[in-house]
Every structure is written in C-alpha cells, then in structure tokens.
Design a protein around this ligand. Structure first.
Ligand code: SDX
Length: 428
C-alpha cells in the first residue's frame, strides 16, 4: 500500500507521508521536510509539480480531459443547471433545492444596488482605462463601503458576504464598459434573472426598451458556467494566498481580478480575438502564424492554445466550440473569424510541434468568438471571465479560511552575492 515516500539527502534517508486523493492522485506531504533535514527545501518554479492545498471543490484530470465540480461532470452542469445553481454548488458544496435556489437568487438581488458614491470612483478613471483595471479597483473599493470582516465560521455572515459580492460584482464589471463608452451607468433590474440582468447592465440604453434574446442568454449562461472554477489556477491561487494573510473577501477577489488580467491567463480570450483578427487582416494565412508560434526567436504564441494542466483537450473548449456553432446557427450569424479559428485548430493539431507538446485549444480559444457574437466588446472579454470565475474565487477563499490554513509564505533558494564589506562612494 502506498503510504510513504523516502527521500535520501546526503546519504541520509527521510520518510514522508503520502496522501491519496479521491481519484487516487498521489501527493507526498513534505510539510516537515525543512525541519527534519535541517533546512533542505524543494524548488518548483511555477508550481508545476507542487500542490498548495487539498480541496473538495473541483477535480480535473488533464490527461483525460475531465472537469468536475463537487463530483458533478461539467458536461452535465452546463446542460442541466444554470449559472447560479452551479455557483451555489461550488460555494456551498451541494446542488440547491428549488427553495434554496430561489432564496439565493432573491438574496443576491437584494444586494444588487451599489452605493452611489462608487460612481465617483468610476468617473475618476480616464476613458482609456482597461475594464479589468477598473474592476479590480472597484472591487477593492467595495471594502471601503463594507469594512466589516467576514466571519467565515458564522454561516449567516459568510452567506451574506457571498450574496453581496455576487449581487454587486456584475454591476461594477459592466460600469467599466458603460463609462468607457460614454453610456449612463445602469442599475440592476431585479425583475430579471442573473444572466439577463448582466445583458441589460451591459447593453440597455435609457431611451429604448432592451429586447432580451433568449438564445444569447442561454449561450452566455453556459459560457459563464464553464468559467466558474478551475482548481488552483493562477488567479484562484492568488485569491487564496491573499486571503491567507487575513485580507478580506473583497480585497482577495480584487487581487484575483488582477491576476486573471494577464494574457497568459484570463487575458488570453482578448488576445485570441486580437490574434484571429490579425490573421484575418493579414489575409487568413494560418500557416504563417503557426510558423511564428513555433519559432523560438519569435515571442508570438498561439493564444488560446496550451494549458498547464490539460495535456489533452480542455473539455470546456469542446463544449464552447459546439455552443459557438449552435449560437451562430440559431442567430443565423456568419463570422469569418470562427472559420479562421477552426482552420487554425485543425492545422495546429496536425502539427508535430503542438502534438509533441500536447498543446490543445483551451477555454479561451473559442469563448471570445461567442462574446463577440453577443455584442460584447473585446476589452470586456476578460471581465466576462471574471464574472464567470467569481463563484470559484469565493468558494476557494471560503475553503481556505474554514480549513484554517496558515499564511502562504514560500521559501526560496538564495543565489545572490555572499557577504561583502560596504563600499563608500569613492570605492564604487
Ligand atoms: C487559462 O491554469 C488554469 O486552469 C487556467 C485556466 C482557468 O480556467 O483558470 O484554464 C484559464 O489561463 C487558460 C490558458 C490561457 N492562456 C493562453 O492561451 C496563452 C497561450 N498559452 C501559453 O502561454 C501556455 O500554454 C500556458 C501559459 C497556458 C501554459 O504554459 P506552461 O504550462 O507554463 O507551458 P510552457 O510555457 O512551459 O510551454 C511548454 C512548451 C514550450 O515549448 P518548449 O520550451 O518545450 O520548446 O510549449 C510551448 C512553450 O514554448 N508552448 C507554446 C504555447 N504554449 C506552450 N508554443 C506556442 N504557442 C503556445 N500557446
């Protein structure tokens, strides 16, 4: 039975316990390593081989292309549940009853009004500000209007913090778009569902009624479900480590928004669309861009391709690709960029460079094409990712706090100068 691992250092053997996960993943617990070896540590830049925690929220298998939330397959959740139902599952651990879901929806709506003074902060940004920078700042500013720390061990206190941020976040997220486009800042419409409300927050203009398109709402609901959680990705790990210092939920989520913004992470959905438009404007020669992506002297990467964990297909990319086809058929749309994306995928997957490195389309490869079809501007794509990922950030922060995990503080290997005498100006 696999219950221990033995490490030999400088001729001495040390035993460490082995932990076995639900799906038989194996982890060596090295939490006592430095103490028993008198200072030896491990190094794993980028944490490609290092687990930061145990978690009950999401399981993914990168080799088999499996993604589950609390044991439910993502394929089932996107087909049979809606965004808030999955958010409830991810955050509280079980699918809600009809009563629980209705109460959850109503409680979120009761917090959907944002303090009017927040508008002053929005007005303070230049129109050139990127919506993700605005969203991170506005989320952090929520702390000023909700200063009391969440007691994660008080069920009601935690529940109220959850419904509060779920109620306010989409308003703040869409205000960035409205501000930058000279449009009035919309309020939530509590007569609508969560996703419908996001659509009206983004697009409703005061001079006309907003015509809701149920096909678009269904596509956005499915797309946001696919973003809800993804175990210890960069932004979620950020939320956990910021929260581990005792920082509040809103401040931790603000940090997660900033981490998601990067083009190697959530910012990739915007970078994918910009890349596809570049290929289109360059005449649609995908081979030229595949060659650039393979050229080590060229910093260009195929955005939306590759993944730290999925070394086979990203199940979300498959679902999104199918959803894009359905949406385009339903809306009778034809976007040449979708054809370019499919052609690019086809050529890349046949290319040895991508096959050898197990580079497949990830969640960001097709999502931007759907956002664009829904009329969402490209600079708002990553904001939509953040709206989708919010339940996961909340769930992971809550789990970390309830587990009483210590402050995250990695060690390092110092490779700088040894001790040396101070130099006066004359000696420098
Ligand atoms: C998300 O972690 C999550 O779960 C993230 C996410 C979530 O839901 O939270 O799934 C969301 O962030 C998806 C990923 C979005 N990012 C992109 O699409 C950006 C493009 N992809 C890459 O930059 C890259 O694939 C990463 C960042 C996603 C993963 O990088 P890794 O795991 O650190 O892999 P690597 O950079 O070490 O690459 C391994 C090899 C290298 O070549 P060699 O040095 O072995 O010759 O693959 C190459 C890389 O150059 N490579 C690529 C490539 N991705 C990796 N080459 C060309 N184009 C690419 N996209």
């Amino acid at each position: 039975m696999l219950d221990k691992a033995i490490l030999e250092v400088d001729g001495k053997k040390y035993e460490f316990p082995v932990l076995i996960g639900t799906e038989n993943e194996v982890a060596i617990d090295i939490s006592k390593l430095r103490g028993v070896t008198n200072g030896v540590i491990t190094i794993d830049t980028g944490f490609k081989n290092t687990g930061s925690c145990s978690s009950k929220i999401t399981f993914l298998d990168g080799e088999k292309g499996i993604l589950r939330h609390r044991g439910y397959a993502i394929e089932d959740l996107t087909k049979k549940a809606n965004f808030l139902e999955v958010a409830f599952l991810v955050i509280f651990g079980e699918l809600p009853t009809k009563f629980e879901l209705k109460k959850f929806e109503d409680d979120i709506k009761s917090y959907s009004l944002v303090n009017e003074e927040m508008k002053g902060i929005v007005e303070g940004f230049p129109k050139s500000a990127h919506p993700m920078g605005m969203l991170s700042s506005l989320t952090s500013a929520l702390t000023a209007f909700n200063p009391r720390r969440v007691d994660v061990n008080c069920k009601d206190d935690m529940y109220n913090a959850v419904v509060k941020i779920l109620g306010k976040f989409p308003v703040l997220a869409t205000w960035a778009h409205r501000r930058n486009n000279g449009l009035p800042l919309n309020y939530s419409d509590n007569s609508l569902g969560y996703i419908e409300n996001i659509m009206q927050l983004m697009f409703k203009i005061p001079t006309e009624d907003y015509k809701m398109n149920p096909i678009a709402v269904k596509a956005l609901d499915e797309l946001l479900i696919l973003h809800e959680d993804h175990e210890q990705n960069c932004s979620t790990s950020t939320v956990r480590i910021v929260g581990s210092s005792g920082a509040g939920l809103f401040a931790s989520i603000s940090a997660g928004v900033s981490a998601l913004w990067g083009p190697l992470h959530g910012g990739a959905n915007q970078a994918v669309l910009e890349m596809l438009e570049k290929i289109q404007n360059d005449g649609g020669d995908v081979d030229k861009f595949i060659a650039k992506a393979k050229d080590k002297n060229d910093p260009f990467r195929l955005m939306g391709f590759g993944h730290r964990v999925y070394k086979n297909f990203d199940p979300r990319a498959r679902i999104i690709k199918k959803a894009a086809d359905e949406l385009f058929a339903d809306l009778n749309l034809n976007d040449p960029v979708l054809s370019i994306a499919k052609h690019l995928e086809e050529v890349a997957l046949k290319d040895e460079y991508f096959a050898e490195r197990k580079l497949y389309p990830n969640v960001d490869f097709y999502s931007g094409i759907i956002y664009r079809a829904l009329g969402i501007p490209v600079e708002m794509f990553t904001v939509m990712f953040a709206i989708g990922r919010l339940p996961g950030w909340i769930a992971q922060w809550k789990e970390m706090r309830k587990n009483g995990e210590p402050i995250g503080r990695p060690r390092q290997l110092y490779t700088g100068e040894a001790l040396r005498p101070f130099k006066s100006f004359e000696e420098r």
